[in-house]
Design a protein around this ligand. Structure first.
Ligand SMILES: Cc1ncc(COP(=O)(O)O)c(C=O)c1O
Length: 403
């Protein structure tokens, strides 16, 4: 038999011991989920419990797996963030799908790096991203998407592609010469845009002073005439407007920007249209509100977070780019040992490492693929519809309330 052990001795190297231990862990998870709704949504950690975790020394000699499971049960599990609880309304963080929990275990069992290569995880990611595109109504022909850590990374990736595109439109290459080589780029967001977009602009060398915060109206949606005025003023001042970010569900109020109008304006002014649909995008699956999302499908790039409204366990974000070749132009810099030439070597698709910043990448696709397939389009749509009904009910109760 081929030795598969890692170097130090673990009692879990024995397959039967692993099985028993994993069963115990699954029992713990099942009991936790079953009792969750009886618990308080959240409780502050006691100072002792905090210190206990913070100050624990690294053990000199290994601790038995069972002891670690006990410690997890007594020192970690009692202190959740709260987002698995049915009455958690704190943030947009969702509970995990049950199948996604198990998928995490299975993905780690295979433990592929999804940088690229010719193995199942790569094809599963392609299919999963295509499903996400189909759900969002985004074109699948000629486009490309990649799973990332979350909405922050998805918008960073989309806007990096926008910056690359703008430089090549102007006859230079930001990858070669850096942002200082061209006219100063300006990015347009609304006062309701998520701060992670501003962080992305800072990281891309745009600078937050070059991010124009367009006012939102009383409905919290971007004011299109203010956007147009800002773009024109910047052009006249010698700046290079390059991209507009529309939100399909702002984090504070769920407002959806006038995406069709923004897409028209971007087409007219030759600007990149990025949509931050990180949390709200799946709302399009509710036919009653879908018209509000009109124009989302016209985005040049789009950020969507399966780990939010689709309940895939954290982390899983995704970016779509309409022109897939642009995404590759933005990120492809692979060492010779991973270059794939068509018809040569072991074959397969171009490496994901050519479409994003990461080289080694986790198997995020499995939990996403399983969660989507298990619900099906119908299950997902039903869930979103139900959530919207609950939100509507809450809004009515608030409106009814005298204070
Ligand atoms: C609209 C919106 N965009 C972006 C983000 C950031 O996403 P992430 O936390 O997955 O990086 C969030 C998170 O709440 C969000 O609601």
């Amino acid at each position: 038999m081929v030795e598969t052990k890692i170097n130090w001795h673990s009692e879990l190297d024995d397959p039967e011991a692993f099985r028993a231990f994993a069963h115990e862990a699954v029992d713990l998870a099942a009991d936790y989920l079953a009792a969750l709704s009886e618990r308080p949504v959240y409780q502050r950690m006691s100072p002792e419990a905090r210190m206990n975790l913070l100050e624990a020394p690294l053990p000199e000699t290994g601790m038995p797996a069972g002891t670690l499971l006990d410690r997890f049960q007594t020192e970690v599990m009692p202190w959740p963030m709260g987002n698995g609880h049915p009455r958690f309304f704190g943030w947009v963080n969702s509970p995990p799908t049950a199948i996604g929990i198990v998928a995490e275990l299975l993905a780690a069992t295979m433990n592929p790096s999804c940088a690229g290569g010719d193995h199942a995880a790569i094809y599963l990611e392609r299919a999963t991203v295509r499903w996400l595109m189909e759900l969002m109504g985004f074109p699948t022909e000629g486009s490309m998407g990649i799973l990332v850590s979350g909405g922050s990374m998805a918008s960073l990736t989309g806007l990096a592609t926008a910056r690359q595109w703008a430089s090549t439109c102007d006859g230079w290459n930001v990858r070669d010469d850096g942002v200082g080589a061209g006219d100063r780029m300006t990015l347009y967001v609304s006062s309701e845009t998520h701060t992670t977009v501003i962080k992305a602009a800072e990281l891309l060398g745009i600078g937050n002073r070059q991010v124009r915060v367009v006012p939102a109206g009383a409905d919290f949606r971007m004011d299109i005439s203010a956007l147009e005025a800002a773009v024109t003023a910047d052009r006249n001042a010698g700046y290079r407007p390059f991209a507009v970010v529309g939100s399909a569900g702002t984090v504070s109020t769920g407002a959806i920007d006038p995406l069709d109008d923004i897409a028209d304006l971007c087409a007219e002014h030759r600007l990149w249209f990025h949509v931050d649909a990180a949390y709200g995008g799946p709302g399009v699956l509710d036919t009653r509100v879908a018209p509000h999302f009109s124009g989302m499908e016209r985005a040049d790039s789009l950020a969507i977070d399966p780990h939010k409204w689709l309940s895939v366990p954290v982390e899983c974000g995704c970016v779509f780019v309409r022109d897939g070749t642009l995404l590759r132009e933005t990120f492809s810099l692979v060492p010779p040992y991973v270059q794939v030439d068509e018809g040569k070597g072991i074959g397969g698709l171009p490496w994901y490492a050519e479409y994003g910043f990461q080289q080694s990448r986790g198997f995020r696709a499995l939990k996403t693929w399983m969660s989507l397939a298990h619900a099906g389009r119908e299950g997902l749509s039903q869930t979103i519809r139900r959530h919207n009904e609950l939100a509507q009910y809450l809004a009515e109760r608030i409106d009814d309330h005298p204070n």
